[in-house]
Design a protein around this ligand. Structure first.
Ligand SMILES: NC(=O)c1ccc[n+]([C@@H]2O[C@H](COP(=O)([O-])OP(=O)(O)OC[C@H]3O[C@@H](n4cnc5c(N)ncnc54)[C@H](O)[C@@H]3O)[C@@H](O)[C@H]2O)c1
Length: 367
């Protein structure tokens, strides 16, 4: 099958990532090593070029051997262009996506797909009206840490899972660009929250009963520079999502509790964690822990022989499957992986989280 032609709109940080994913590492040398499977580029899409409103970004692309278009209109007018990948600031996605679909192009928007569910509905309407594929790059569905914890959850080996904590922590505040400004769709909910919410919905096959969120404004008054959000599912499962940018000591990336086991992953590294399962074995007499002001048997460590330690599953996902799916979905060979209802559900949960923060209490969702 012939490769489909992609133009990446916006040649900044993420635009660079897309050009490398499509065209291979030979295109870029920006000082860090990408995953090995990005060396050779994509087997289903071809990098037709880029467009960026900043002349110097277009020049840089040309120096790297990438064709640069001179205007957005020029991209739309090129009949050889099949797909536009929008890697521009968040407030630009909607307008560019609708114009591209009206011109007959398929559209991959970077996340967050846009700034509100009302805007998203207009984009979905345009996709239906012009009969073009429209999806969002939820690439973190292919992160190995997420897939490992999804597998642990689905395995049932932890018994009834009642608490999941998914966190990302940094200490540098919000990056010093448009992400600090509300008008551009800044803030950490729209930046990292959108990934972690999408992962949660991919993991838990239940309706959400309520959400309680608190936004942080430690380094920025205008937009959230982090947040803590408890999502309560119908079964009572609590799923905590936390994004922090003022954490000089990180909490674990993942922490999952079941009735007969606990799993933890301290960082992104799959070797930096473990699963501990309870073996149904009599411990005998429990030795108390004596602290400065008392003693406790309840919180004393278990006898090691009553526990089984297992590694975190080692997975090797291929993020190229995202573009592969887009191509097959365009050709009607398989359904789109990141669907419109999924995009809308994530957007509405983010809106509910902002509403919860405004009201200072949990808000109902879906039930
Ligand atoms: N999926 C992911 O893992 C991931 C990671 C980082 C960023 N993103 C998303 O990618 C998008 C871009 O983020 P970034 O970090 O690359 O930002 P960036 O600031 O590094 O790059 C944005 C680029 O877009 C250009 N631009 C702005 N308006 C434009 C327009 N109207 N037409 C053409 N070019 C325009 C800018 O000149 C800049 O070069 C955002 O939506 C962000 O949320 C996704």
């Amino acid at each position: 099958m012939a490769k489909k032609n992609v133009v990446v709109i916006g040649y900044g940080g993420m635009g660079g990532w897309h050009t490398r994913m499509i065209g291979g590492s030979k295109l870029v040398n920006d000082g860090y090593k990408p995953p090995e499977n990005m060396e050779n580029g994509s087997d289903c899409v071809n990098l037709k070029g880029i467009y960026d409103i900043k002349e110097e970004r277009c020049k840089l692309a040309e120096e790297r051997g990438i064709h640069a278009y001179h205007s957005f209109e020029e991209v739309l007018a090129d009949p050889e262009v099949d797909i536009l990948t929008l890697a521009v600031p968040n407030d630009c996605h909607k307008d560019l996506a609708i114009r591209a679909m009206a011109a007959g192009k398929h559209v991959i928007s970077e996340k967050p797909v846009t700034l509100s569910s009302a805007d998203l509905q207009e984009m979905i309407d345009a996709s239906e009206k012009y009969g073009r594929l429209f999806t969002v790059h939820q690439n973190r569905r292919w992160d190995a840490d997420f897939l490992a914890f999804k597998q642990i959850y689905e395995s049932g080996k932890m018994g009834y899972v009642f608490n999941i904590e998914s966190r990302v922590h940094g200490s540098r505040g919000i990056p010093g660009d448009w992400r600090q400004r509300k008008a551009y769709g800044g803030g950490m909910m729209l930046d990292w929250g959108v990934h972690l919410i999408d992962q949660m919905f991919m993991m838990i096959p239940e309706k959400v009963a309520s959400v309680y969120a608190r936004m942080d404004h430690i380094t920025n008054d205008e937009v959230d520079d982090g947040f803590k959000m408890d999502v309560i599912f119908e079964s009572g499962l609590v799923y905590r999502i936390e994004v922090g940018t003022t954490n000089f000591i990180n909490l674990p990336r993942w922490y999952m509790q079941g009735a007969v086991g606990t799993a933890v992953l301290n960082s992104w590294d799959l070797n930096d964690g473990e699963i501990v399962l309870y073996r149904d074995e009599d411990e005998g007499e429990v030795k108390p822990v004596v602290t400065a002001a008392g003693l406790t048997k309840t919180m004393a460590p278990r006898k090691p022989s009553t526990l089984e330690h297992l590694p975190i599953p080692q997975l090797n996902p291929d993020v190229h499957d995202f573009y592969r799916n887009v191509c097959k979905a365009i050709d009607g060979e398989e359904p789109q992986i990141v669907t419109h209802p999924q995009m809308m559900r994530v957007m509405k949960l983010m809106e509910a989280a902002f509403e919860s923060d405004r009201l200072g209490r949990p808000v109902p969702f879906e039930v």
